[in-house]
Design a protein around this ligand. Structure first.
Ligand SMILES: *Cc1c(COP(=O)(O)O)cnc(C)c1O
Length: 384
């Protein structure tokens, strides 16, 4: 095995030299916003738990009760014996929230996209992708073996040109995009993409992992405008604003039935633990009913950018572009000394030369701390 370790150690050394090596840091999350790391208590601006529901009493209680009643695991793939009745309740709720006929729950967002795309699209087909799409949309697309054509980020005019050029030489086509872009905090041109998908008969898939619970009154990015944008394949995760774990696809009845039959990450993977399904049901109840709560993350982000002298964000995700990896790491270390956890995001998560600080605002962040962070960013990161 020596060649294996030698080979990998050399690769790790190269990452280290380029300031790109990553390591795990033990982090204890106290209450959804305060964390303890390396003996220090820090206010976190990098969790995706946007509504702090991972620590919400009603959500925790639902998970604990489900565990007591049904145990910790679902025991098998849902097609064998793992189809707990909680899944039907969760899926009915998701379909209602997204306005579709049906829904299917997967183990995680990564499993969802790597299961959904290859079940619908094959090697002779076409997938049109935003260049900044999430890694698991890329993963699923590559597994489909379709021809992948990328368009520049959020550029609907270029997307249309590329679709017009390539569509006719493929039997089926898909357009796939993030709804809210996780590292940039902007929103895809959903209406324009939906219109061209209809015009060219392409199937439109939106990964709205960061939209659920935060934009469109909590229903996600398709619901920001009235009438909502028509999206036949609405995917998202239960691990961000919903606070737990798992993911979903909301779509027509035939598409969902097909996923039960041909989505490999559904068929050949164990169903979610009952606690995760129960937690998601409780979280969705809050997302559907508490409009003041779902409005808060974006309000907090806007208070921050106003004080920091930055442009108003479309969502609760605010990137501060710093370019060089070292500059991002230094800024992150300075903020940690001041009591804030704001991680530096580096390639390959983002394109080379676009290292940044990424801040995510949650419903529970104290206003006074947001002010203090804004002043630090303004004076010591941006140098204004
Ligand atoms: C986090 C994320 C995923 C992955 O979801 P998990 O449930 O964490 O696997 C998928 N897509 C986007 C856009 C994400 O941000």
């Amino acid at each position: 095995m020596q060649s294996l370790d030698n080979f990998i150690s050399g690769k790790l050394a190269k990452l280290e030299a380029a300031s790109l090596r990553r390591t795990l840091v033990d982090t204890f999350r106290e209450d959804g916003i305060w964390v303890t790391r390396g003996g220090r208590r820090l206010l976190s601006f990098c969790c995706n738990d946007y509504l702090n529901l991972s620590q919400h009493d009603a959500v925790k209680t639902a998970a604990i009760e489900a565990t007591r009643k049904y145990g910790v695991g679902s025991g098998a793939s849902r097609l064998v014996t793992g189809n707990h009745p909680l899944f039907a309740e969760l899926e009915a709720r998701l379909a209602r929230l997204k306005g579709t006929e049906a829904a299917i729950v997967f183990g995680s967002g990564y499993l969802a996209n790597t299961g959904i795309i290859p079940a619908l699209i094959g090697k002779d087909d076409l997938i049109l992708m935003d260049e900044l799409n999430h890694a698991c949309l890329w993963g699923g697309s590559r597994m489909s073996r379709a021809k992948i054509v990328t368009f520049p980020h959020a550029d609907a005019a270029m997307a249309r040109k590329l679709l017009a050029k390539h569509r006719a030489s493929h039997p089926h086509a898909m357009i796939a995009t993030d709804g809210v872009f996780s590292m940039d905090g902007d929103i895809a041109p959903l209406r324009a993409l939906s219109d061209m998908a209809k015009e060219y008969d392409a199937w439109f898939l939106v990964d709205d992992a960061h939209g659920l619970g935060v934009v469109g009154g909590g229903r996600g990015s398709a619901f920001i405008e009235n009438p909502p944008v028509e999206i036949p394949l609405q995917m998202g995760t239960l691990s961000k604003a919903a606070g737990g774990y798992g993911a979903y696809l909301c779509a027509s009845r035939p598409v969902i039935d097909w996923m039960h039959n041909r989505s490999r990450t559904f068929v050949y993977s164990t169903g979610l633990p009952p606690a995760s399904a129960a937690a998601a049901i409780a979280a969705l109840e809050l997302i559907e009913t508490d409009k003041a709560l779902t409005a808060k993350p974006v309000q907090k982000a806007r208070a921050f950018t106003k004080s920091a002298g930055l442009p108003e964000p479309m969502t609760n995700i605010v990137p501060i572009m710093l370019g060089e990896e070292k500059r991002a790491l230094r800024a992150s270390e300075m903020l940690a000394e001041e009591g804030f956890l704001v991680v530096a995001i580096r390639p390959p998560t983002v394109p080379a030369g676009t290292a940044r600080l990424r801040m995510t605002f949650t419903a529970g962040h104290p206003d006074a701390e947001i002010e203090r962070l804004a002043h630090l960013v303004r004076s010591r990161v941006l140098g204004n």
